[in-house]
Design a protein around this ligand. Structure first.
Ligand code: ADP
Length: 477
């Protein structure tokens, strides 16, 4: 094992003033505690830095080797932190007062069971952050649509003159944004199931639950367990808070039953009398005793039934935050969708190409297939998540004229879906795009929506999407 110790002393004077003041007031919580940070990703770095500045003895336990992480470690240079690289050392975990686990670390790794038996708390970086945030939090979760909805809520609130701070699963650890968060009117946190599982102090003023469909079953073992964790977000709400939820999703509907919050349901497919709904081509809301408000979708760039869920949840949130209706309606039109989510790439020879590389589970791929009326050539496959692909059968039967499969899961996907449409297996994205362009006729859509993670062949979903876009542009000249 590669075991290296950083002994550079931390300099109190190097810390910015608000944090220094805060440190003096709050110094006791972690002072002299043994804190083990498991995993040195973005949130691990934030947690190690924070705990060290708070006077804890920080140990970082990371499976990867030091050589891969030199740059990351250099961000923590002046802090007193000890490192264990190459494997997770069970003894180190058992000696901890507190363990901060990164989102990517499964909670059933060797050693965590003994840790739990000993009563040592295992929390996320977000847990440390929410203890420090004094401003109201809007927490957004669901299997799909979290990032789109988090960004849209931010856009609506900012356009209406409110000061926001956005973090969490969306990319920036909230622990790195404490000062900004405490200066904002609202903190908007995208939260994943991993974070809900390990953030017991999370108590949002507003929570959004978009949908629950199978995902991450490689980690959560069963759909029931995964759904229970998502449901926990609403169990954390008190009676002063609001829970906005997708009533058209049966699992979501069951999940919110135990919540003490004021519940506001929405349905993006059909009419309702209260909450939010879709009727005659427009969105409607009726919250509390106000009369129903109509929201035009004309000129709104986010399209499709799945995006109506995201828009409804965002509008209701903005109304609860006190935004004016006219300003919300104007802001809806200036929100551009995000890259890699059913993103139009180009049209070539009458064929339209779309990049949905962020479609990393069956629910997202189903939403993408339902989005199109045209015949689809679907490029799918990647790292399997143990969810099975059968839910895609009806959409594949009715919409997919050719299924092109790549990545680790291609044989499994061929077994589940291959008999419902013409299917070919390929080794590279370039090969997939070549075959798609040769087989497509004018009026068809070529869609990358993998229904799988990207890590078998790419650094992440963004790299996978970029490789697809490059291959398409090469063909289209
Ligand atoms: P997340 O942050 O939950 O992964 P994103 O907004 O990044 O969500 O979108 C991820 C994928 O899910 C994309 O393929 C997108 O088209 C699809 N998607 C977005 N919103 C929804 C929704 N409400 N229901 C189903 N799929 C959705």
């Amino acid at each position: 094992m590669d075991y290296s110790v950083y002994s550079g002393a931390f300099k109190f004077d190097d810390i910015e003033t608000p944090l220094r003041t805060y440190l003096i007031i709050m110094i006791d919580f972690l002072k002299d505690k043994k804190v083990v940070v498991v995993g040195l990703g973005r949130s691990g770095v934030a947690a190690a830095k924070y705990a060290s500045l708070r006077g804890a003895h920080v140990f970082v336990s990371e499976k990867r080797n030091f050589s891969e992480l030199k740059d990351v470690v250099s961000q923590l240079q002046n802090l007193r932190i000890e490192y264990s690289f190459g494997q997770n050392d069970p003894q180190l975990l058992l000696n901890a007062d507190l363990i901060v686990a990164s989102p990517g670390v499964p909670l059933d790794i060797c050693g965590f069971n003994d840790v739990r038996k000993k009563g040592i708390p295992i929390v996320s970086e977000l847990e440390l952050a929410v203890r420090e945030i004094e401003k109201p939090i809007i927490a957004v979760t669901g299997t799909n649509g979290k990032t789109t909805t988090t960004r849209l809520i931010d856009h609506l609130l900012s356009s209406c003159g409110l000061k926001t701070c956005v973090g969490g699963n969306i990319g920036t650890a909230l622990l790195d944004l404490i000062n900004e968060a405490n200066r904002a009117d609202w903190v908007i946190a995208e939260v994943s199931s991993y974070q809900i599982e390990t953030t017991p102090s999370l108590s949002p003023k507003i929570a959004v639950l978009l949908n629950i469909t199978p995902d991450h079953l490689d980690r959560h073992i069963s759909f029931k367990k995964y759904a229970n964790i998502k449901a926990r977000l609403f169990e954390l709400l008190d009676k002063e808070s609001y829970g906005i939820y997708n009533v058209a999703d049966e699992t979501v509907k069951r999940s919110v039953k135990k919540s003490a919050a004021y519940l506001i349901p929405f349905d993006a497919t059909s009419k309702r009398d209260t909450g939010g709904w879709f009727e005659k081509g427009a969105l409607w809301t009726k919250i509390f005793t106000e009369k129903a408000s109509k929201w035009s979708l004309e000129g709104v760039m986010l399209k499709g039934a799945h995006n109506r869920e995201n828009i409804l949840a965002s509008i209701i949130t903005a109304v609860l935050c006190g935004c004016e209706k006219e300003k919300i309606q104007i802001a809806l039109k200036s929100f551009r969708g995000l890259s890699h989510r059913i993103e139009f790439v180009c049209e070539y020879n009458g064929v339209r190409y779309y990049n949905d590389s962020k479609g990393t589970n069956v629910g997202a791929t189903l939403a993408a297939l339902e989005y199109f009326d045209e015949p689809v050539i679907l490029i799918a496959g990647g790292q399997d998540k143990q969810t099975g692909y059968e839910v895609l059968i009806p959409a594949v039967k009715s919409k997919v004229k050719l299924l092109i499969l790549l990545g680790e899961s291609k044989l499994k996907m061929e077994k589940d879906l291959g008999k419902y449409t013409k299917t070919v297996l390929v080794d590279t994205m370039e090969e997939a795009v070549d075959i798609a362009s040769q087989c497509a006729n004018a009026g068809d859509v070529v869609l990358l929506s993998p229904a799988c993670a990207s890590f078998d062949m790419f650094k992440d979903y963004a790299e996978r999407g970029d490789v697809f876009v490059r291959a398409v542009k090469k063909i289209a000249g």
